[in-house]
Design a protein around this ligand. Structure first.
Ligand code: ARG
Ligand code: ASP
Length: 720
């Protein structure tokens, strides 16, 4: 009896029922699992209004944008809204020193000025379906893991094929709860997506990487695109004859804003969370992987900063790279702090202890789950070392741009070496490489890369024994002792990859017998050494261990669900469409400090610094501020609201997601989380985790008043 009470307490204390705010829910299960709670929190629409199989619903306005963001349709002419940082690559691609749209912003004043973006696509969800039974058909309890996954793969291929017969749709079946459930997603992808508008970076990226992952925040992180389709309104490749897509549904916009306590929900494509990992995995991530990655990225960023501050050209070339490296650097720092502050490892250990006691109390359970925790322990002990090696390989070696670029020539090398009879294939690869080279050198400044090489190699060699470093690197370093600068100088002086001219010459007059020019290049040799080390040594071992962890994790997940029958489990994010809901809320980040739930234009003026690129405020914005010329976009108290926070559980990929009010109207665009809450990918804390959204009124104010693109606002549906 005593034991039972103890167990019950452990369950309640460490992992009670999901707290409001936590969870990323499947749209088709909302009615069953969440609607009552959502309504009790203030929602006035129904689950059916959010996702319906029978009629158009909000989901018809939600898009996967590019590979990793969310966007929403906001007009009946296919106008879409996402973050500035999601459209950043496209905005940068259209930017030159003469037309620096990153700095000045870009606004198409009519549809003919909208700019096409090769490679960019957006995807709509047509429908989703629980296909667990079909996916697991023929899977028997005693089956080997290999036979099991083959059977499932076969089943999935059949399901996907049947789902899209005679349509232009795509289908994918994805595992949920680590393979305990499977869902089918039928989607429609559009490839002609044009840039319509982007604010200048001093609005769209105001505060830059300094304010990134932070509250209070004043970033106007939005941009506008438009979907174009063929005359039949179906997806079509880019053509000047395409016309704006007419959607089934677009979002209505509310100018009412949101105040503390108001219900909100976020509808979008969260990428990855790992809420159900064992303590050993959290120890590995925060103890073994994050620290070297943080350090190596920090060093790389210092070098980028130094060169970017010296030259506008380098600033443009490296802005997107800097943002990319800085983003996860800072995220990992926050994550480690949050995990520590939450005592997450200890909490998980307690849970595991309770789980083991529960398992051992029953023979059947014991045979299924009794050994899981020790098995995890043994497995993660082996995985940790390999993951550390992988982290160094990725963050140190692959931090060197020339390595990544040079290795793209390996396809040419193998084609030339073993297929002298196939000049056509070689020619095709050459054409592709010419394109890659154009893109690469447009944004390449060799001195940056050379300095990065010297610094990262030094760090790596100082932190790992040479047996764990690719042997080519170790050998090449020997003549230079600890003079990494000298090594870097020689390497880049003698490699053709440091010099666009030489690479062009090679590609323009390529003959198969010239392949030696590539294979004897010192950068190419090192790059091959690095990749071979990865493919031949690390990856095979990692694949085995990871497959083993996956199957343990699947069984653990199943066990947890039995162990805590009253806990409402939500599936980890996996880049499928989810709804998360919470309330607009302030928080206390540390002792005596209170953060209000919204920011205003006053805060932008406070942060203004004309000498720092990320904190410049334009005269036009200052003038509007001085005259309080906010028009209908002002809050009732007369302020211009910039951003707000709420307790919606979001992650990477939710950027650009619509933030909707109790009536399903758009009130904001999600773009970030607070630093104190970034551990939410591993463990959510309702006290500290907040999503950060730009207030839709600020977006419209910028479009209308600042950019003079009011015609775009006219296209939208404002409901109050
Ligand atoms: N932290 C946000 C997210 O993970 C925004 C990143 C882009 N902004 C930046 N300054 N790097 O995507
Ligand atoms: N900024 C992230 C994104 O780009 C969102 C997040 O991690 O909260 O998706």
């Amino acid at each position: 009896m005593k034991k039972l009470v103890f167990l019950f307490l452990v369950v309640l204390i460490s992992f009670g029922p999901v707290r409001a705010g936590e969870g990323m829910w499947l749209p088709i299960l909302l009615e069953q699992l969440n609607e009552p709670e959502m309504k009790s929190m203030g929602m006035r629409i129904s689950a059916e209004d959010i996702y319906s199989i029978n009629k158009s619903s909000l989901k018809d306005a939600i898009l996967l944008f590019g590979r990793g963001c969310t966007a929403e349709i906001i007009s009946d002419q296919g106008l879409i809204l996402t973050n500035h940082h999601c459209g950043y690559g496209q905005i940068q691609a259209h930017s030159t020193i003469e037309h620096d749209y990153l700095t000045t912003g870009f606004w198409a004043m009519n549809q003919s000025e909208e700019l096409s973006n090769p490679g960019l696509s957006v995807t709509l969800l047509i429908r989703m379906e629980d296909v667990t039974a079909k996916a697991l058909a023929g899977v028997e309890p005693g089956m080997s893991e290999k036979a099991r996954s083959e059977k499932i793969r076969e089943n999935i291929a059949g399901i996907e094929k049947a789902a899209i017969e005679n349509t232009h749709y795509n289908a994918r079946v994805r595992p949920f709860y680590y393979g305990n459930e499977y869902y089918l997603f039928v989607t429609e992808t559009f490839n002609d997506v044009r840039l319509v508008g982007a604010p200048p970076s001093n609005i769209g990226k105001f505060g830059g990487d300094t304010d990134n992952w932070m509250w209070p925040r004043h970033t106007g992180d939005f941009s506008l695109f438009r979907i174009y389709a063929g005359k039949d309104n179906k997806p079509a490749d880019y053509s000047p004859d395409n016309v704006p897509y007419v959607p089934k549904r677009h979002l209505n916009i509310s100018l009412k804003g949101a105040e503390k306590g108001d219900f909100t929900f976020v509808f979008g494509y969260p990428g990855t969370t790992q809420e159900y990992l064992p303590s050993h995995a959290i120890e590995m991530i925060t103890g073994t992987e994050n620290p070297p990655a943080i350090r190596l990225r920090g060093k790389r960023l210092d070098i980028f900063d130094r060169y970017m501050n010296q030259s506008d050209l380098v600033r443009i070339q490296y802005s997107a790279k800097h943002a990319g490296v800085a983003n996860y650097w800072k995220k990992m720092i926050g994550e480690n702090r949050g995990i520590k502050r939450l005592n997450a490892i200890e909490k998980k250990q307690k849970l595991e202890q309770g789980f083991m006691e529960w398992a051992s109390a029953d023979p059947l359970r014991n045979s299924k789950y009794g050994k899981l925790v020790p098995e995890f322990e043994a497995l993660y002990a082996r995985l940790s070392g390999l993951n550390e090696d992988e982290t160094y390989l990725i963050e140190a070696a692959l931090g060197v741009e020339a390595f990544r670029f040079a290795y793209s020539f390996s396809r040419l090398v193998s084609a030339a070496e073993n297929a002298s009879g196939n000049p056509e294939q070689v020619g095709k690869i050459i054409e592709q490489l010419k394109q890659t080279a154009d893109g690469y050198y447009k944004n390449y400044h060799m001195p940056v890369d050379r300095s990065v090489f010297a610094t990262l190699m030094q760090d790596w060699f100082e932190h790992q024994e040479s047996g764990r470093i690719p042997v080519e690197l170790v050998q090449a370093s020997i003549p230079y002792g600890s003079n990494y600068e000298a090594w870097a100088k020689d390497l880049f002086d003698n490699s053709m990859f440091a010099d666009r001219q030489k690479v062009n010459e090679l590609l323009n007059g390529f003959k198969t017998k010239k392949v030696k020019k590539i294979t004897s290049d010192p950068v190419y040799k090192l790059a091959s050494g690095v990749y071979n080390h990865y493919f031949n040594r690390l990856q095979p071992e990692l694949a085995i261990l990871n497959a083993h962890t996956d199957s343990l994790q699947r069984i653990y997940m199943q066990g947890l669900m039995e162990f805590q029958p009253n806990r409402r489990f939500y599936p980890d994010a996996n880049s499928t469409l989810r709804v998360t809901y919470g309330k607009v809320d302030d928080y206390f980040p540390r002792d005596a400090v209170h953060y209000r739930h919204y920011t205003t234009l006053e805060g932008i003026m406070e942060k203004e610094d004309p000498d720092i690129y990320d904190y410049v405020v334009e005269p036009k914005l200052k003038e509007l501020f001085r005259n309080k010329d906010y028009g209908r976009y002002a809050a009732p108290d007369g302020t211009m609201r910039i951003a707000f926070i709420a307790s919606n559980h979001t992650t990477g990929g939710n950027s650009g997601s619509p933030v909707l009010d109790a009536d399903g109207n758009l009130i904001g665009v999600n773009f970030d989380r607070n630093w104190e809450g970034t551990m939410s990918d591993l463990m959510y804390d309702p006290d500290q985790c907040r999503n950060i959204s730009i207030d839709i009124r600020y977006c419209l104010f910028v479009i209308d008043k600042l950019a003079g693109a009011g015609h775009l606002v006219d296209e939208m549906t404002l409901v109050n």
